[in-house]
Ligand binder design. Structure first.
Ligand code: AOF
Ligand code: ZN
Length: 395
C-alpha cells in the first residue's frame, strides 16, 4: 500500500518538472483510512513545497475539521521533507504541527543545508507520536525511481559538494537521439519519421523540461524544424509548459536572407526566443556551453543531427543520452505484435539488444555508460512501439 502512495508522489512530482529546477521535483500525498484525501507537488522554485500544497488541499476540503483529519492521516513524500529554512520554512515543522499518524518518504535529501537540523527535526516528529517510515524500508524499485526522477538535482548537489570553490554554474546536458534499431539516425526516404507519434510527443515534454535547446544550422536547414511545443501542459502531464531558449550552433555556414524569411524556426519564434552562436569564433563547444550557463545552472537538451550529437559525445560534453529507438522493420528479430511480451517477459532478449546499442555509444566516449531507464512507448494509432532508453555516465 505505501509503495502505491509513493508511486503517486512520483507522478505528482513530475508535474512540476518544468519550473521546479534547480530545486528537486517533489510530490506529496495525504492518506486517511487508506484513501487519498490530499495531494500536492513542488511547482515553482522558491514557492511552496509539495508537503505544504498537499496540506493546503486538505485544509480547503475540510475547512472546519482539518486538524482532526490530518492527525488521523499519513503523509507520503517522494523526498525527505526539508528541515532547514530556505526560501520557504521547514516542512518538518508543518509535519510536527499537524501530528500526522505516519510520515513515509522515498529518499534522503543530499542538500547539505539540511545536515544541521535533520536529527533534531525528526526526533521532534517522532516524539510527537508520528511513526516515521524511512527509505530503507521501501522496495529497491521505489528507491531507484526516487533516485531516477531527481537525478539532475542529485547531480547538481554532488557537484556543489565536490567543487566547493568552483565559480562556474553546473549544467546538465541531455543528448536526444532517435534511431532505428540498427542505430541508424538518418530517416529512410519512404517514411518521414523514424519514431512513433507518442515518442515524438515525449520529445515535446523533454523540450519543456529543459532550459536551453541546442541545435545545429544544418538540422535547421535540412529538416526545417519548428522546435516549438505543440502540445498542451495537460497532454504532456505537466503543470506548466515553456519553450526553452533555442541556441543554433554554426561555424562556417550562415543563413541566407531568404532562409531567414522562410525557415520555420524564424516563423515560429520571436527573435528573443533564439540565438545563433558561432562555435568557430567562441573557440570551442565547451566555451559556448560555459557562456550559456554564466548566470545560472541550466538543463540543456541537444536536439540535432548525428554529426553535432557525435561532437558532444566525443568531447565528453554530456550527462545523459535519451535514445528513442524505433522497432520498425524489426520483424525478423521480433514478432512485433508480441513485442511487449519480449520486453516484459523475456527480459534477456531485450537486454541483448540494448547491449548492442551500448557498444555503439561506447565508441564515442571514454566513459562507462549505463542504462538507467528503459520503457516501451506504444502508440495509440497503431504504429510500431519504440524503446525509450535513458543512458547515463557511470559516476
Ligand atoms: C521538501 N519539499 O517540495 C522540496 C524540497 O529554498 P527552499 O525553501 O525552496 O528549499 C529548497 C531546498 O529544499 C532544496 O534544495 C531541497 O533540498 C529541498 N526541497 N523539500 O521538503 C519540497 N522541493
Ligand atoms: Zn520542504
Amino acid at each position: 500500500m505505501q509503495e502505491k502512495f509513493i508511486a503517486r508522489c512520483f507522478e505528482l512530482a513530475k508535474l512540476g518538472e518544468t519550473n521546479a529546477f534547480p530545486n528537486p521535483i517533489v510530490g506529496a500525498v495525504i492518506v486517511h483510512n487508506e484513501k487519498v484525501i490530499g495531494e500536492g507537488f513542488h511547482r515553482i522554485c522558491g514557492k511552496e513545497h509539495a508537503e505544504v500544497n498537499a496540506v493546503n488541499s486538505v485544509i480547503a476540503k475540510y475547512p472546519k475539521n482539518h486538524k482532526e483529519i490530518l492527525a488521523e492521516s499519513e503523509i507520503y513524500v517522494s523526498l525527505e521533507p526539508c528541515s532547514h529554512t530556505g526560501k520557504t520554512p521547514p516542512c518538518t515543522e508543518l509535519i510536527k504541527k499537524y501530528r500526522f499518524k505516519k510520515l513515509c518518504f522515498a529518499i534522503s535529501d543530499p542538500n547539505p543545508d539540511l545536515d544541521q537540523n535533520r536529527l533534531k527535526a525528526f526526533k521532534a516528529i517522532h516524539n510527537n507520536g508520528t511513526e516515521i517510515v524511512y527509505p530503507e524500508e521501501l522496495s529497491l524499485e521505489t528507491k531507484n525511481n526516487a533516485n531516477f526522477i531527481n537525478r539532475i538535482f542529485f547531480h547538481l548537489i554532488s557537484l556543489k559538494n565536490k567543487q566547493k570553490n568552483e565559480t562556474r554554474n553546473p549544467s546538465w546536458i541531455n543528448i536526444k537521439i532517435a534511431s532505428y534499431a540498427d542505430c541508424n539516425m538518418i530517416t529512410k526516404d519512404e517514411d518521414q519519421w523514424i519514431t512513433n507519434s507518442e515518442s515524438r510527443k515525449d520529445v515535446h515534454r523533454l523540450r519543456s523540461t529543459h532550459d536551453i535547446l541546442i541545435t545545429g544550422i544544418n538540422s535547421i536547414k535540412n529538416d526545417n524544424s519548428k522546435l516549438n511545443i505543440r502540445f498542451s501542459a495537460e497532454e504532456l502531464n505537466l503543470a506548466d509548459i515553456k519553450t526553452p531558449e533555442i541556441v543554433i550552433l554554426k561555424s562556417k555556414q550562415n543563413f541566407t536572407e531568404n532562409e531567414k524569411k522562410n525557415l520555420n524556426i524564424f516563423q515560429y519564434h520571436h527573435p528573443q526566443e533564439y540565438k545563433i552562436e558561432d562555435v568557430a569564433k567562441a573557440n570551442s563547444l565547451k566555451s559556448v556551453l560555459e557562456e550559456l550557463c554564466k548566470n545560472s545552472p541550466q538543463r540543456i537538451m541537444v536536439e540535432a543531427g548525428p554529426k553535432l550529437a557525435e561532437s558532444f559525445l566525443k568531447q565528453d560534453l554530456f550527462n545523459e543520452i535519451t535514445h528513442y529507438m524505433s522497432l520498425k522493420g524489426c520483424d525478423s528479430l521480433y514478432n512485433v505484435k508480441n513485442i511487449q511480451a519480449h520486453v516484459f517477459f523475456q527480459n534477456n532478449k531485450i537486454i541483448q539488444i540494448l547491449d548492442n546499442i551500448l557498444k555503439h555509444h561506447q565508441n564515442f566516449s571514454n566513459h562507462k555508460l549505463k542504462i538507467i531507464h528503459k520503457e516501451l512507448i506504444n502508440s495509440k494509432c497503431g504504429e510500431t512501439p519504440d524503446l525509450k532508453i535513458v543512458i547515463s555516465k557511470s559516476l
